[in-house]
Design a protein around this ligand. Structure first.
Ligand code: ZN
Length: 406
């Protein structure tokens, strides 16, 4: 009778429990199991064909899911058998994961917990080391990634992620799939070169039509070398960061030129100046208008910033070029050195800015991926293993998408 109950609770197909031992001091239960059949049959772990001839037997102890308050270990008879193809070979046991000291369902439970809790907390819950939990989680993610269909990379994003003290990561993403695909340390040409060697082999590169990237020379050098035919599109958010920097510099210059009472009026308006007009609430707009009325140059700077956004609304390169030309001309006699420098930057990177007319890459996706990675890093306290970080991000993106679809 107890054998039957233990067997039913365990639910290991084809196996039966024949002995168990409770250890009160450590709340640990050990159960010995073996094949139930009177004529046992073994599968070769090398080639998968069956065999009945046993070479030798030994016992193997693996961790299984807990029963109530008890921590459970199984002791399994593992046979070495004579295989027609491989010679002497260890049998395959379906419910154990490879050579690891736990059952498949145990690993699956740990991996499931890792989906919404930090590795450290999962480790405490299961009484495992952080490294073990991380290894289980990564293996499960790798298996999941291998089951997915790998689509050709058509639109690629390259971005850098900064966090902590001077730590930086180069992140490559698939913009159409909306997920990161690779990450590497620092942001050198060598970093991106490594991506092409490790991930995107030569025969896969032809599919890439456009790359969204910022105006960072080392990346551009690597892209020219490995993807000579792909169009390079400069990330709008990065270009706008340069524009905002020019507004800010103008603000600072004007701030120091002004008399004290004007300075007081302009204090604390930085945020207003850097926000787009249509994102401001009516009272904020009134505040900004009042501040801009006091200083003509600042007004001009703000106006120029609002104008340049239109550059990304064109479908015809010539029209965009004409617009930019007008914009640069309107800088004349304005005495805005920060904007003169900005114009120079825009003109030297003209190709990559105008390329957006032909290749409408989704700029927002790059930012979203970046934000997702950042929150993962914050929760996990730094992922030194970049492959693991990327797998985590892909999995959470896929799940968010599933939740949305449901
Ligand atoms: Zn074999």
């Amino acid at each position: 009778m107890p054998e039957e109950i233990v067997g039913r609770v365990l639910r290991l197909v084809g196996y039966t429990a024949y002995r168990w031992e409770f250890q009160e001091s450590s709340l640990s239960l050990t159960i010995w199991v073996r094949q139930a059949s009177s004529r046992p049959f073994y599968t070769c772990s090398g080639c998968g064909i069956g065999s009945e001839r046993i070479h030798s037997v030994r016992e193997r102890r693996v961790r299984d899911l807990p029963w109530g308050a008890w921590k459970v270990h199984l002791v399994i008879e593992v046979h070495r058998v004579y295989c027609r193809r491989c010679g002497v070979c260890v049998e395959r046991i379906e419910f154990v994961e490879g050579k690891h000291p736990y059952t498949r369902r145990f690993a699956a439970a740990v991996a499931r917990d890792c989906e919404d809790a930090a590795v450290r907390r999962v480790a405490v819950k299961w009484g495992l080391s952080s490294q073990t939990v991380k290894r289980i989680d990564k293996r499960s993610l790798l298996a999941w990634a291998q089951r997915r269909r790998r689509r050709p990379l058509r639109q690629m994003g390259v971005d850098e992620l900064f966090w902590g003290k001077g730590k930086c990561l180069t992140v490559v993403s698939d913009l159409l799939a909306g997920e990161p695909i690779w990450a590497g340390p620092e942001r050198k040409k060598a970093t991106l070169d490594r991506f092409f060697v490790e991930y995107l082999l030569a025969r896969r590169r032809r599919a890439v039509k456009a790359v969204c990237v910022d105006m960072w020379q080392p990346f551009l050098d690597s892209l020219r070398q490995h993807l000579p035919k792909a169009a390079i599109v400069f990330d709008k958010f990065h270009v706008m960061r340069h524009v905002n920097a020019a507004v800010d510099e103008t603000r600072r210059e004007e701030f120091f030129r002004q008399s004290p009472h004007l300075r007081a009026a302009m204090r604390g308006k930085r945020w207003l100046l850097l926000t787009r007009w249509h994102n401001l609430s009516p009272p904020k707009r009134t505040q900004l208008k009042a501040a801009l009325a006091l200083n003509r140059r600042l007004f001009k700077a703000y106006y120029l910033k609002e104008q340049i956004e239109r550059l990304w609304s064109y479908t015809y390169e010539r029209a965009a070029l004409r617009f930019l030309d007008e914009w640069v001309k309107s800088l004349r006699w304005q005495r805005l050195p920060a904007f003169q420098n900005l114009a120079l930057t825009l003109l030297t990177h003209l190709d990559g800015i105008l390329a957006y007319c032909r290749h409408k890459v989704p700029f927002g996706v790059v930012e979203a991926i970046n934000g997702n990675l950042r929150s993962l890093i914050r929760r996990g306290r730094g992922y030194r293993d970049h492959e693991y970080l990327i797998l985590k991000a892909q999995r959470s993106t896929a799940q968010a998408r599933l939740a949305l679809a449901a």
